[in-house]
Design a protein around this ligand. Structure first.
Ligand code: ADE
Length: 250
């Protein structure tokens, strides 16, 4: 999968993208991340990328010309490199976008190529939204200084869903949200730490009991922390019975 990221601050990216699983995913050529500096596409001696808004109101607005030029260059390069003729989705990261969730990550992981546009300051000129961008995504109801962290979050959440990026052991299938539930607790060695022991069922080696316990703990945690998720989760008859037990307890 290919990501082209359009940003005023490419220096924000390498630390996060070049470590751990994202590094391995790039080395293994499962994913390629190309950074494009919007300022490189601005013209004039000062390469101005932002101006005050028409009509006043404070703050600065990103100008359309360098953003269109950067996007068009990134798309032309990508088409030449990949042989993909279609224009990829062009996603603006903005608090006004549709909420980013695990199912949006899954949806986007089906694409061979995405362009991510990082907004800054008060926002981008509306013509970018109307005539360039094809999708807008928010990573939550808070305002960051720009879209760069949001873009890295998309790259991370999408990359780990790509086939073979995670090893079998940390496969994404049992993730919180992939199942519609939060994950239950995990334990590792030592068996007893400061008198706190790992539950017997976890150490028992009894696969069926362990699977039932894990499912029940996932239900318990979701019930306690995110009951809203239970409305859309895929629940068996046994799950519903266990939830009834939890409801009795509280
Ligand atoms: N840019 C600034 N805040 C943002 C948010 N919450 N999500 C995506 N992009 C942003």
């Amino acid at each position: 999968m290919r990501f082209d990221i359009l940003t005023l601050f490419p220096e924000m990216f390498p630390g996060y993208l070049n470590a751990s699983i994202l590094r391995r995913a790039q080395e293994g050529e499962y994913v390629r991340v190309n950074l494009h500096t919007i300022r490189d596409y601005a013209v004039g001696k000062h390469r101005v990328t932002d101006e005050p808004p028409y009509g006043g109101g404070g703050g600065m607005v990103l100008k359309p010309e360098p953003i269109f030029a950067a996007a068009e260059a990134a798309i032309a390069q990508g088409q030449a490199k990949t042989g993909i003729a279609a224009v990829p989705p062009i996603i603006l990261l903005t608090p006004q976008g549709r909420p980013f969730t695990q199912s949006v990550a899954q949806e986007l992981s089906q694409q061979p190529w995405l362009v991510l546009l990082c907004g800054r300051y008060e926002g981008v000129d509306e013509r970018v939204r109307q005539h360039l961008v094809t999708d807008e995504i928010s990573i939550g109801d808070f305002v960051l200084t720009g879209g760069e962290l949001a873009a890295m979050i998309l790259v991370d959440a999408i990359t780990r869903l790509l086939p073979d990026v995670l090893g079998a052991e940390d496969a994404a299938v049992s993730d919180s949200f992939a199942t519609g539930l939060l994950e239950g607790p995990h334990y590792t060695k030592p068996e007893t730490f400061r008198s706190w022991s790992v539950p017997a069922v976890v150490r028992s080696g009894h696969a069926a009991n362990l699977a039932r316990w894990r499912r029940q703990e996932a239900l318990r945690r979701t019930w306690q922390r995110r009951p809203d998720l239970l409305l859309t989760a895929n629940l068996s008859q046994a799950d519903k019975q266990y939830l009834a037990v939890l409801a009795q307890e509280t």
